[in-house]
Design a protein around this ligand. Structure first.
Ligand code: GDP
Ligand code: MG
Length: 730
C-alpha cells in the first residue's frame, strides 16, 4: 500500500504540470454495466493494458480527444461498492483518491438503476466530479422504464447522459459532459444524509480527524469518518490514531444499541433510502418491477391514489389514540395537583388571607399544573410520532405530500412539522431541523403556529356549544381548523414569494428501508421531546404564571362599591330556612365581589386600557384580559374568562360560564374570539423556541408581530362585515 501511495505522490506532481491541457477520466461501474464497451467507444484503438502497480489487477488505459481537448481514460475494475472487502474495490478507491482524476464517469446499468447507483452514492462522498452514464438505456426502454433526466441530474447533483454502449450511441454527448464537468463550475454538491444521530457523529469524528493532524491529506475527512463507522479495516489501519479509533468504537456501540443493527447495515440502508427516493421521483416504470418487501409496502403507501387516504387514516388514528389513551392519566394528574393544592392549603389556618398561599395554589399549581396535565397526551403523541419516524413511515408521508408542498414553494419535509403543529407548536418548530434549506426552514417555522394546536381546543370547546346549535358543533370546529390550514398555506406561499424568496434545487426525499423501531430508540427520542416540554412548563410557564397571578391579584381592592358583609348577613337571615337558595345567593355575592376586585387589578386595568383597540374586533375589556393570559399559554384563556365572569372554577365544560358568555356576546363576536385566538400571537413558549431555532430574536418578533397583525386585520374585517350583514338581517 505504501508503495502505491509513493507512486501516487509522484504521479500527482507530474499531473499538476499537465492538468491544463489534459483531462484525466476514470470509468467506474458495476461489473457488466458496459464499462469496457464505453471505454472502447471513447478511446478506440488508442489503449494499452497493464497491471495496477503492486497488484495483479488489470489496468486498461487509453486516450481520446474532443474538440481539441486531450483526455486519458482509465477503466477501473468493476465493483458494486467501495468497501475494503475485495482487491478490486481497494484498487478502485485508492486510484480515485491518490490519482484524483478530473472526472469520474459512473457507468450505470439503466435497467437496474437502484442497485447500480449504490456505487455512485459512495463516489459522491469522495468529492469527485461525477458524470453519470445511463448505459443500457435500450434495455431500460424495452422494459418500459422512463427517466426524467433533468430531475435525476438535479437530485443526484451530476449530469446524466443516456448511452447505448454496444451501438456507440451517446458517446459524443458523454464526451461533451465530461469536458464541461471538468472545466465548468460543479452543480451544487449532493450527498446522502444519514439522519440526525449519524450525521452528528460523522461531524464529530471528521472534526477529530481534521484537528488530530493525522497525515491523511488527500482523504476527505467526512469520507474517512463514514468509513470508520462502517468499520472499514483498511481505513482503520490508515488512521491508526488510538484516540480517534476509541471515539469511533464508543459511538458505534452506542448507535448500534439505539438502532438495533450494525452501523454498516444502517449506513447502507440510508444510501438505498436516498437512491430509492430519487428513483421514485425521477423514474417511472410502466411495468411493475418491485421486489423487496420494502418496495412492496412503498408501492402501496406512496401510491398517488392510495397514499393519501392511508396517511390521513393513520393520522386520525394517532390523534384519536392520543386523546382516548391520554384521558385517564390526565385525570390522575388533575387529582394529583388537586391533592397537592389541598396539602398546601392545609399549611395555613382556614379563612386566613395569605399572599404566599394564593401564589402557590392559584399561581404555581394553577399555571404549571394546568400545563403538566397535558403531559400524557403530549407523551403519547410523541411516542406515536417517534414510532412513525423511526419505522421509516414519516419519510413516506413527506414524500407523498411533496408534490402538494411544492405548489406552496416548500418541500415535503415541511409537512411533518406542520402536522405536529396540531399537537403543539413547540415540538413542531423543533421538527423543522430536518429541513436543510434555511429559507424553507424559516418559512415553515413562521407558519407552524397557524396549525391550531391542542391548547386552543379548550377555547373552541368552551365557545362553540355556548353559541351555536348542536348540529353546527362538528362543522364549526372543522371550519376553524381549516381556516388555520388555509392561512398557513397562503402565508407560506406569500413568504416564499417575498421575504424568503428563492427556490431551493429539488433534493432527494429519502425513502429509508422500513425498520422495526427499537424500544431504546423510541424511549430516547420520546424523552428528548418530552423533556423540552417539561422544561417549558418549569421555566417559561412558571414565570408567566407568577406574573399573571400578580396581574390578576394586585393591586388589592379595599373599598368596594357594595357592602358585601352587610349583604351576606342580610341573605343569611332572609334564607335561613332555605339552604339551597342561600348557597346560590352567597355564590352570587362572592362572584360580584370577585368581579369588582378583578376590574381593580392590573389585568383589569390593562384590559380597560386596550379596550378601544379591541373594539373594532367586537371585543370588550374582559376578553382583553383573557387574551393577555392566552399569550402565556393558550389554554389560560378559558381560566381567565372564568375569573373575569367570576364563575368560580371554570373549565371548558363549564355551563355557568357558557350561559354568561351567551348573555354577553353575539355568535359573531364568539366566532371572532375563536378566530383571533387561532391566528394571533403564538404563546410565549412558541416565541421562545422560534428564537432559539432561528437563531435570532428578529424572526421570533416577526412571527409574533406578523401573526398578531394578521389576526387583528382579519378579525376586524370579519366583525365589521359580519355586523353589516347581521344588522341587515335583523
Ligand atoms: P463491463 O463488465 O462493465 O466491462 O461490461 P462490458 O463492457 O464487458 O459489457 C457487458 C455486455 O453488455 C457486453 O456483451 C456488451 O456488448 C453489452 N452492452 C454494453 N453496453 C450495452 C448497452 O447499452 N445495451 C445493451 N443491450 N448491451 C450492452
Ligand atoms: Mg470490463
Amino acid at each position: 500500500m505504501a508503495n502505491i501511495m509513493r507512486v501516487a505522490e509522484h504521479q500527482n506532481q507530474r499531473k499538476t504540470a499537465t492538468r491544463s491541457r489534459h483531462i484525466d477520466v476514470a470509468l467506474a461501474g458495476n461489473p457488466n454495466s458496459g464499462k469496457t464497451t464505453i471505454f472502447n467507444n471513447l478511446t478506440g484503438a488508442r489503449q494499452h493494458v497493464g497491471n495496477y502497480p503492486g497488484v495483479t489487477v488489470e489496468k486498461k488505459t487509453g486516450t481520446c480527444e474532443h474538440h481539441g481537448i486531450k483526455m486519458s481514460v482509465v477503466d477501473l475494475p468493476g465493483t458494486y461498492s467501495l468497501t475494503a472487502h475485495s482487491g478490486e474495490e481497494m484498487v478502485a478507491r485508492d486510484y480515485i483518491i491518490n490519482e484524483r482524476p478530473d472526472v469520474v464517469v459512473v457507468i450505470l446499468d439503466a435497467s437496474n438503476l437502484e442497485r447500480n447507483l449504490y456505487l455512485a452514492t459512495q463516489l459522491m462522498e469522495m468529492n469527485v466530479r461525477l458524470v453519470l452514464a445511463l448505459n443500457m438505456s435500450d434495455v431500460a426502454a424495452a422494459r418500459g422504464i422512463k427517466f426524467d433526466l433533468g430531475l435525476l441530474s438535479q437530485l443526484l447533483g451530476a449530469p446524466v447522459v443516456p448511452t447505448v454502449g454496444h451501438r456507440n450511441e451517446g458517446t459524443s454527448e458523454l464526451l461533451h459532459a465530461i469536458v464541461s464537468a471538468a472545466t465548468n463550475e460543479q452543480p451544487e454538491h449532493v450527498s446522502v444524509s444519514y439522519g440526525k444521530e449519524l450525521e452528528d457523529e460523522i461531524g464529530r469524528i471528521s472534526d477529530l480527524i481534521t484537528t488530530s493532524g493525522t497525515p491523511l491529506g488527500q482523504y476527505p475527512p467526512r469520507w474517512l469518518a463514514i468509513k470508520l463507522l462502517e468499520s472499514d479495516q483498511d481505513v482503520r489501519k490508515k488512521v491508526g490514531s488510538e484516540e480517534i479509533l476509541g471515539a469511533v468504537e464508543q459511538t458505534a456501540e452506542r448507535l448500534e444499541k439505539l438502532f438495533g443493527h450494525p452501523l454498516e447495515v444502517i449506513i447502507a440502508g440510508q444510501r438505498y433510502g436516498f437512491i430509492s427516493g430519487a428513483c421514485t421521483e425521477a423514474v417511472r416504470s410502466t411495468v411493475e418491477a418491485r421486489h423487496t418487501a420494502s418496495d412492496q409496502i412503498d408501492a402501496v403507501v406512496t401510491n398517488r391514489v392510495g397514499g393519501l387516504p392511508i396517511f390521513f387514516g393513520l393520522m386520525y388514528l394517532v390523534f384519536h389514540l392520543t386523546f382516548t389513551l391520554g384521558d385517564p392519566p390526565m385525570g390522575w394528574l388533575e387529582s394529583l395537583f388537586g391533592w397537592l393544592g389541598k396539602v398546601i392549603d392545609s399549611w395555613w389556618s382556614p379563612g386566613s388571607e395569605s399572599a404566599l398561599r394564593s401564589l402557590l395554589i392559584d399561581g404555581v399549581i394553577g399555571g404549571v399544573g394546568g400545563v403538566i396535565v397535558f403531559l400524557p397526551n403530549i407523551l403519547l403523541l410523541f411516542v406515536a410520532i417517534t414510532i412513525l419516524e423511526d419505522s421509516g413511515y414519516m419519510a413516506r408521508a413527506a414524500f407523498i405530500m411533496d408534490r402538494f408542498m411544492h405548489k406552496i414553494g416548500l418541500h415535503g419535509k415541511s409537512f411533518i412539522p406542520m402536522l405536529i403543529g396540531f399537537g403543539c407548536s413547540v415540538p413542531a418548530i423543533m421538527a423543522t431541523r430536518t429541513i436543510e434549506n434555511r429559507k424553507d426552514r424559516l418559512t415553515t417555522m413562521l407558519v407552524v403556529p397557524l396549525m391550531s394546536c391542542g391548547a386552543r381546543l379548550p377555547i373552541y370547546a368552551l365557545i362553540i356549544p355556548a353559541f351555536f346549535p348542536h348540529s353546527w358543533h362538528g362543522p364549526m370546529l372543522w371550519t376553524i381548523y381549516v381556516i388555520g390550514i388555509i392561512l398557513a398555506v397562503c402565508s407560506a406561499k406569500l413568504l416564499k414569494l417575498t421575504l424568503l424568496k428563492g427556490q431551493a434545487p429539488p433534493f432527494v426525499m429519502e425513502l429509508p428501508p422500513y425498520r422495526l423501531p427499537t424500544l431504546k430508540g423510541t424511549l430516547i427520542h420520546t424523552w428528548e421531546r418530552a423533556w423540552l416540554y417539561l422544561r417549558k412548563a418549569g421555566t417559561i410557564i412558571l414565570g408567566i404564571s407568577i406574573i399573571l397571578w400578580a396581574l390578576t391579584n394586585y393591586p388589592k381592592k379595599t373599598d368596594f362599591g357594595r357592602v358585601y358583609s352587610a349583604e351576606i348577613a342580610a341573605a343569611e337571615s332572609a334564607y335561613e330556612s332555605d339552604p339551597e337558595t342561600l348557597a346560590a345567593k352567597m355564590d352570587e355575592i362572592e362572584q360580584a365581589m370577585q368581579a369588582e376586585e378583578l376590574a381593580y387589578t392590573m389585568a383589569g386595568r390593562i384590559g380597560h386600557a386596550i379596550e378601544p383597540l379591541l373594539r373594532p374586533m367586537g371585543f370588550d375589556w374582559k376578553i382583553g384580559t383573557a387574551l393577555i393570559g392566552a399569550f402565556a399559554a393558550k389554554e389560560v384563556f378559558v381560566a381567565q374568562m372564568g375569573i373575569v365572569y367570576a364563575v368560580g372554577e371554570a373549565d371548558e365544560e363549564s355551563d355557568p360560564l357558557r350561559e354568561r358568555l351567551h348573555e354577553s356576546y353575539t355568535p359573531l363576536q364568539a366566532f371572532c374570539i375563536m378566530l383571533f385566538c387561532l391566528v394571533s400571537a403564538p404563546c410565549m413558549a412558541t416565541v421562545a423556541v422560534t428564537k432559539r431555532e432561528s437563531g435570532s430574536w428578529k424572526w421570533a418578533l416577526f412571527q409574533l408581530g406578523g401573526l398578531t397583525t394578521l389576526a387583528y386585520v382579519l378579525t376586524t374585517v370579519v366583525y365589521q362585515v359580519g355586523s353589516v350583514f347581521t344588522a341587515g338581517a335583523g
